[in-house]
Design a protein around this ligand. Structure first.
Ligand SMILES: Cc1ncc(COP(=O)(O)O)c(C=O)c1O
Length: 417
């Protein structure tokens, strides 16, 4: 509270000084809320207090079942421990500093960020073991990355181009630091330098740059994570990582510092330990799950991926039930995004949810619903794809046994630059 007072009195002082001038108009101070203040306001307003039933929340409401999420984390950690790998979870999924802190407390060695602004949001909120998995070819982003590095010696930046490495080294020098970097080595065609001799050549350049410290390499295979069927996924994942594993071994043979070989996601977390040299997985979706991941099938069930429980849901309210075979809800594309497959209504296999309209969801009743839905009734849905859905919300309600326990700000929400 003392910060509010000092901030607002400083603003008062500034506007007071302006008032003394007859010629300069300065708008009245606008109250700026930090995320913590907003959280306090919500509870002070009596809207959402701990203990509130999630069914009383205004909708669309993004919720996470804390028991399920914690069990997902525990399952991930115990599997990785048994397989000799570490976790460096990708925070692009949750964008929430509170969840990142929980992951670090429960054994993860760091977190990953996809965007510099996401990393800034994390560091501003006390999470400092960050690996930026996206390279930053612009001068401005390089400077921002090095500003983060200045705040945290645990910051690691991905790089995949010699020119970019030289720029990073120069920016690190300017910031007075030696910055840790990893080379992004492609698996597939999305990002990174193709596996081969060029990787070792780049590693040698980085090794000689005065303000960079080579730590190893990243190799995330985005395409394989959703490959259907465990056996097919395993075969493909181990095949596509093979050239990268060879490059990693060559880096080591050349005497280069290669202590990190990171990649893998929620679909391959129990496969990547078979890739030679692999050190850690950048799992994201395992926390929450979504309709896309549920459909990939696992070792136990060829049709449904049951390794992790769907903990993330969106609650919506029925706005219209007047048309036969149809329900309209308040959850459209701004609540679910346009990703496919459609959101799944929990407990209602005979409902097909279409979130194609901005503000409205349209449910086609294709089977017999569990009850007759009235206007104002609520439904709970699993989202099509968790990462972009979370990015639609300011808050996530953490619930246990259907009661709200915490309200976490989505710290990096909308931080896309
Ligand atoms: C570079 C990188 N690492 C890790 C992940 C997390 O993967 P998943 O959500 O499949 O666990 C992603 C997701 O897109 C990613 O882009």
């Amino acid at each position: 509270m003392s910060t509010h007072t000092s901030k607002s009195s400083r603003r008062m002082f500034l506007s007071g000084a302006a008032a003394a001038s007859a010629y300069v108009w300065i708008p009245k101070p606008v109250r700026g809320y930090t995320a913590a203040e907003m959280l306090a306001t919500i509870t002070i307003d009596n809207k959402v207090k701990p203990g509130t039933s999630k069914w009383e929340l205004d909708t669309p409401a993004l919720c996470v079942d804390l028991d399920k999420m914690e069990q997902n984390i525990a399952k991930m950690q115990s599997t990785l421990k048994a397989n000799g790998l570490a976790s460096r979870p990708h925070s692009k999924t949750h964008k929430c500093a509170a969840i990142a802190k929980y992951q670090l407390q429960t054994g993860s060695i760091g977190i990953c960020c996809a965007k510099i602004s996401e990393a800034e949001a994390m560091i501003e909120n006390g999470v400092d073991k960050i690996c930026m998995t996206t390279s930053n070819p612009s001068k401005s982003k390089i400077r921002r990355a090095m500003a983060i590095r200045k705040k945290s010696s645990n910051f690691i930046q991905a790089v995949d181009l010699e020119e970019n490495a030289r720029d990073l080294s120069a920016a690190a020098k300017e910031a007075g630091v030696v910055a840790d970097v990893v080379i992004d080595v492609a698996v597939g065609t999305r990002s990174g330098i193709p596996a081969g001799d060029d990787v070792v050549a780049l590693a040698k350049v980085i090794d000689k740059l005065p303000n960079l410290k080579l730590r190893g390499m990243l190799s995330y295979d985005g395409g394989v994570q959703h490959a259907k069927g465990f056996a097919a996924r395993k075969e493909r994942a181990l095949k596509t990582i093979q050239p990268n594993a060879e490059v990693f071994a060559e880096m080591k043979k050349a005497g280069l510092n290669a202590e990190i070989f990171s990649g893998g996601g929620s679909g391959t977390y129990n496969i990547m330990h078979q890739a030679p040299g692999f050190t850690d997985v950048q799992v994201g979706s395992y926390l929450f799950m979504d309709m896309q991941y549920l459909a990939i099938g696992g070792q136990d069930d060829a049709n449904i991926y049951t390794d992790f429980q769907p903990s993330l849901t969106v609650l919506v309210t029925v706005l219209n039930n007047r048309f036969p075979g149809l329900l309209t809800t308040d959850g459209g594309s701004k609540a679910f995004t346009l990703n496919k497959p459609n959101a799944g209504v929990i407990g209602e296999p005979g409902m097909d949810y279409n979130a194609g309209s901005d503000e409205f969801g349209s449910i086609k009743i294709t089977g017999t619903p569990s009850k007759s839905y009235k206007i104002g009734d609520k439904l709970e849905c699993i989202v099509p794809h968790c990462d972009p859905a979370v990015n639609e919300y300011d808050w996530i309600y953490g619930t246990r046994k259907d009661k709200v326990e915490v309200v976490w700000p989505i710290t990096g929400r909308g931080r896309s630059q």
